[in-house]
Design a protein around this ligand. Structure first.
Ligand code: AHR
Length: 501
């Protein structure tokens, strides 16, 4: 059995959790929009065609912000195709996903949907096949009150009040050869600087996310970040990171250790942002937007067989298992441990496409990864405490010295609740986690929620929705001894331990 000790002190703080850390992503891809969030005529659809069962789960999940409309899709998108009377909107080929895009759903529908979902909009502009002119136009259409062609056009479409979208992505994965209009760092950095300049001239209150590398394994990783930021430092507020993990070799110890890669990626990007800051003698700090992260590999082998150029082509429909949920929970722990610099996070994606929520004719259901996200989004609010973690470690094919246990602690704003999120990566044995709270007097354990499973590949479905699901162990198993609490974490588990003052 592995042992670990987490030492906490109220005065050692990493930073306040930005609620936007609990964002997600809806792209015009697969069944995310059509037959996902939008299905007019379905018995469960509301008057705007939005699936009510889906909205309910999105609200329950605790998502705070949703990035839209892509992803790779945005790099060929003409945003004007998706506004105005639906009958006049053109159908087009989406080259990113070999799909027919009918444009029945566009930015105004997305803004309305977001209001119902209770989520903030993070809008991406096309800097692949388009540029600064179209980017300033969409900001004017969305955010300018009235009296110009574009703002009055919005009003004529039934949206009198500006959408007031505050957060914008300057393109998507512009370093990737798969991207429509892919660019060198110089080409992209200059385009982002000019687009960002015009967008902020239209609305100086907006914030902008510049594209970092599409993954840390790109050959140009690090030099891309440095050159792009050098060129658009004055316009950008955040730099993006994207990361997806898979267990293709059925090597679970290595798969679960991928949070170390995730952590190193974040550390590297922080260093690069600070290097450019120093080089420029700037007072401005660029923070991080981890606006695509998840497990993604289950659907890869079958996606190419799906018919092309049809609407809502059902691709990227990963069905997530128990071990995926443990990694997702640990990636969230890692994001929390960088709360001082990672301000935005988007679990990619939200519905049907590599998603926590799946939608079928008969209803919407929760995948395994839904649960660690939901508990962290709802309870990981306040200030992340700095901690020292001593854990027994293991070696595996891809990593050495992997801590069996990982954890993050969040103190609520009223300082009355301390929530510990923790994982145990040991496949065979439960682990003993000691919480050293001697510098945090007066807290006692009230609950321990755990997600564990005898079968690491167990999955949920619409007919068996409760196979992968956390449950409460109460507080009876948590032993207190002079300011040190001992909690047993089941084998291969994600956990949330709640302490109250
Ligand atoms: O989320 C799926 C795809 O992954 C996105 O469209 C793209 O940005 C990334 O490569």
């Amino acid at each position: 059995m592995a042992n670990a000790t987490l030492i906490l002190d109220r005065d050692f703080q990493i930073g306040k959790v930005d609620p936007r850390l609990y964002g997600s992503f809806i792209e015009h891809l697969g069944r995310a929009v059509y037959t996902g969030i939008y299905e007019p005529g379905h018995p469960l659809a509301d008057e705007e065609g939005f699936r009510k069962d889906v909205l309910e789960l999105v609200r329950e999940l605790g998502v705070t912000l949703v990035r839209y409309p892509g992803g790779n899709f945005v790099s060929g998108y003409r945003w004007e195709d998706g506004i105005g009377p639906v009958k006049d909107r053109p159908a087009r080929l989406d080259l990113a996903w070999a799909t027919l895009e009918t444009n029945e759903f566009g930015l105004n529908e997305f803004v309305s949907w977001s209001k119902k979902a209770g989520t903030e909009v993070m809008m991406a502009v096309n800097l692949g096949t388009r540029g600064p002119a179209e980017a300033r136009d969409i900001v004017e259409y969305c955010n300018h009150p009235s009296g110009t062609y574009l703002s009055d056009l919005r009003r004529s479409h039934g949206y009198e009040t500006p959408h007031d979208i505050k957060l914008w992505c300057l393109g998507n994965e512009m370093d990737g050869p798969w991207q429509m209009g892919a660019k060198t760092a110089y080409e992209y950095g200059r385009t982002a600087a000019e687009a960002g300049k015009l967008m902020k001239w239209v609305d100086p209150t907006i914030e902008l996310v510049a594209c970092g590398s599409s993954s840390s394994s790109m050959k140009t990783f690090a030099s891309w970040e440095a050159e792009v930021l050098d060129l658009c430092y004055d316009q950008a507020d955040y730099l993006s990171l994207h990361s997806y993990y898979g267990n293709r070799n059925d090597d679970t110890p290595s798969f679960l250790a991928k949070s170390l890669d995730f952590d190193q990626f974040i550390r590297s990007v922080i260093s690069i942002c600070d290097y450019v800051k120093a080089k420029k003698r700037s007072k401005k700090t660029i923070n991080l937007s981890f606006d695509e992260w998840n497990v993604w590999y289950h659907s890869n082998s079958t996606d190419d067989e799906k018919a092309r150029w049809i609407k809502a082509r059902p691709i990227l429909e990963d069905i997530y298992n128990h071990e995926d949920a443990v990694l997702v929970g640990d990636l969230m722990i890692t994001l929390l441990k960088h709360a001082d610099r990672v301000k935005i996070g988007c679990l990619a994606q939200l519905i049907n496409v590599i998603a926590p929520i799946m939608v079928e004719e008969g209803g919407a259901w929760r995948q395994s990864i839904y649960y660690p996200f939901m508990y962290t989004a709802l309870h990981g609010r306040g200030t992340v405490l700095g901690s020292v973690m001593h854990s027994d470690r293991y070696d595996c094919a891809e990593f050495t010295d992997v801590p069996y246990m990982d954890a993050a602690a969040v103190l609520s704003d009223d300082e009355k609740t301390l929530t510990i999120f923790a994982v145990n990566k040991d496949l065979e044995n439960s682990g003993l986690l000691k919480l050293d709270l001697r510098a945090l007097e007066g807290f006692s354990a009230v609950d321990h929620i755990t997600m564990t499973n005898e079968d690491k590949q167990a999955v949920n479905s619409i007919l068996t929705p409760g196979i992968c699901k956390p449950y409460s162990l109460g507080n009876a198993g948590i032993k207190a001894d002079g300011g040190v609490l001992t909690v047993r974490l089941p084998k291969l588990s994600w956990n949330m331990i709640t302490l109250k003052k």
